[in-house]
Unconditional design. Structure first.
Length: 604
């Protein structure tokens, strides 16, 4: 059977996972009567909830005697650590773009990586049945994008198909509104080269993904670069410098059939497989026959740009909701994550009670915290901070390209807010339908915590996309949060009698009956300074009754933040307390005297 290995590149929401579902159905991978979930490739709970692909996944379809291995890549730059390695497994890419939105920043990030590896793309313009499609302009944008990414003449001569993934058709005619995906299958087989690898050489395999199985232990996924591997064959793992890390046997070999991992007896050059039997080998290591001494060169990974402190939860409510609360459990979980996710870096603090976790962005670290929370962990999370580096002209900080699509009426507010955050406007153009597309080059530091404000400024209609751009000169201080917070001065339950008057002081984040502790943040102050308040104060019981005084107190519903909003909201002297059931905001020092002492030390 002939073989094709192809990756699908697309921006978030451009319809990649839906298109793969249709490829499954039309190739006969699913039986007609088989019950399959919508967006079958997004199997992780968080992926389903957020509608994004976080983990790269391999799958395969058989079409007229050709096995097509399809790799679904994450569209978010925060998960770019996955993308760079995955592209080394394939011989071609399908670039999927929305017929209205066109090529977006994350598309640019992954496409740039693919073109640099010499892969020749097939461009598929998806959702051509949209009322606001602008297919020809989008194609021109894709061509300009390829030119700006230094594509070769061969890469610029790309084939184009027009498709609707949801309705399951593709065609080389932009006016087609029905049909099947047969033209796409044909284009993959004719345009993507078969793997040109040495089948007769010794077995070599570069690990690109790492998974865990309760029974088999580590499962390493990648493409066989040369030779053949059989079950129980003696193999060893080499690091990037060719040093032997461990020796063992290939206890199980799996190939991909649809969404299933199926055990096979052997695999040959070009196959994308998963392998069990190693206990130490990890991503970017070479697994090879014991006669091999030189490692396969792995793609270098872009450095982390942002870090957060993950600490043991030391609030008075610690241990009430979670089962995993000790530093040893947190340490094991974080180091296990860093093993399989090469874009994350974990360092332990001297006191052993907290860990510095560095990654590619707020979304990536937010997903990790949410995953741990669902596994039963309790954590104290600090405000994100960017990672500086020393450059030729002194201190340098990470910059991001920010592309914002916004209704024309809100564009002035967005430009004003971004300039306060030291962003430079690089491009501004109408994008049709009463919308404007604005591009900025902004220091990552200024973007921390801006997303929530951006959504309220644009009344929820704005779309912001961010992409790591470069390390550049330090831009100086950037204004932080303008408002102070309301802090509980004691422990107990919040009651309506106390909360009523506090509503006049600002916006409350807690409701009646909620358990509070000293130092917990219960609301946002309308003024700039922090204010200690008593949300538990009860009414004095007397024999006097006054008419009209005892009417029921009506409170505004409290402002409940999501995890990402809370992390973006807090200041340097505050923490987010994350448990399986609650997200609370608190001061780092709960005792008011400790807080004053810390503030004096900071001022000095």
């Amino acid at each position: 059977m002939s073989l094709r290995n192809v990756a699908i590149i697309a921006h978030v929401d451009h319809g990649k996972t839906t298109l793969v579902d249709q490829l499954f159905r039309q190739s006969g991978t699913f039986r007609d009567n088989q019950r399959v979930e919508e967006r079958a490739m997004d199997s992780n709970d968080l992926e389903k909830e957020r509608g994004i692909t976080i983990l790269a996944k391999c799958t395969s379809v058989d079409w007229q005697g050709t096995r097509i291995n399809i790799v679904d890549t994450p569209g978010h730059a925060d998960f770019g650590g996955e993308v760079e390695r995955i592209l080394s497994m394939v011989d071609g890419v399908i670039l999927l773009v929305d017929s209205s939105e066109g090529a977006m920043p994350q598309t640019k990030f992954v496409t740039g990586k693919a073109l640099a590896l010499g892969l020749r793309p097939i461009v598929v313009v998806n959702k051509i049945d949209r009322a606001d499609e602008r297919t020809q302009e989008v194609l021109d944008e894709v061509f300009d994008l390829f030119v700006s990414l230094d594509a070769t003449d061969e890469q610029l001569d790309f084939p184009v198909l027009f498709a609707s993934g949801r309705n399951g058709y593709a065609s080389d005619d932009p006016t087609a509104r029905e049909g099947t995906l047969e033209p796409l299958f044909e284009k993959i087989v004719s345009h993507v080269p078969a793997p040109a690898l040495n089948e007769d050489g010794p077995f070599k395999f570069l690990v690109t993904l790492l998974d865990r199985d309760n029974f088999l232990g580590r499962i390493l996924t990648g493409r066989v670069a040369s030779g053949t591997v059989k079950v129980n064959q003696a193999i060893h793992a080499l690091d990037m410098d060719g040093n032997v890390m461990e020796a063992g046997r290939a206890s199980k070999i799996f190939s991909f059939r649809g969404l299933e991992r199926v055990p096979v007896e052997e695999a040959r050059a070009g196959d994308i497989i998963s392998l069990a039997g190693m206990t130490v080998a990890t991503v970017a290591n070479t697994i090879a026959d014991i006669s091999v001494t030189d490692a396969i060169q792995a793609q270098p990974i872009d450095p982390p740009t942002l870090s957060m402190r993950f600490a043991v939860n030391d609030s008075p409510m610690a241990g009430r909701e979670g089962t995993k609360v000790t530093s040893r459990m947190i340490r094991d979980r974080l180091f296990r994550e860093a093993e399989s996710n090469v874009a994350i870096r974990v360092t332990e603090s001297e006191d052993k009670d907290s860990f510095e976790v560095a990654g590619r962005g707020e979304l990536q670290l937010g997903v990790l915290i949410e995953t741990m929370r669902r596994e039963g962990f309790e954590l104290g999370i600090s405000r994100p901070r960017v990672l500086f580096q020393d450059g030729p002209a002194g201190r340098e900080e990470p910059y991001e390209t920010v592309v914002i699509d916004v209704d024309d009426e809100h564009s002035g507010t967005v430009v004003e807010k971004m300039s306060i955050r030291k962003a430079e406007l690089t491009d501004m153009r109408p994008s049709g339908g009463g919308k404007t597309r604005i591009t900025f080059s902004a220091p990552s530091r200024g973007l921390i915590g801006y997303h929530g404000e951006f959504l309220s400024d644009t009344r929820g209609t704005g779309i912001m996309n961010r992409l790591f751009e470069k390390y550049g000169p330090y831009k100086g201080s950037i204004e932080g949060r303008a408002n102070g917070v309301l802090i509980s001065n004691g422990a107990g339950e919040a009651n309506a009698y106390a909360l009523g008057p506090l509503e006049e002081r600002g916006v409350l984040m807690v409701g009646v009956g909620e358990a509070l502790y000293e130092g917990m943040i219960i609301g946002q102050n309308a003024k700039t300074e922090d204010l200690e308040v008593n949300p538990m104060k009860s009414k004095q019981l007397t024999n006097f009754r006054a008419s009209g005084k005892d009417d029921a107190i009506r409170l505004t519903p409290p402002w409940k933040m999501t995890l990402e909003q809370a992390i973006a909201y807090i200041d340097d002297d505050e923490l987010v307390e994350v448990t399986p059931k609650s997200i609370r905001l608190r001061k780092r020092h709960l005792d008011p005297h400790e807080r004053k002492k810390a503030n004096r030390a900071k001022a000095a």
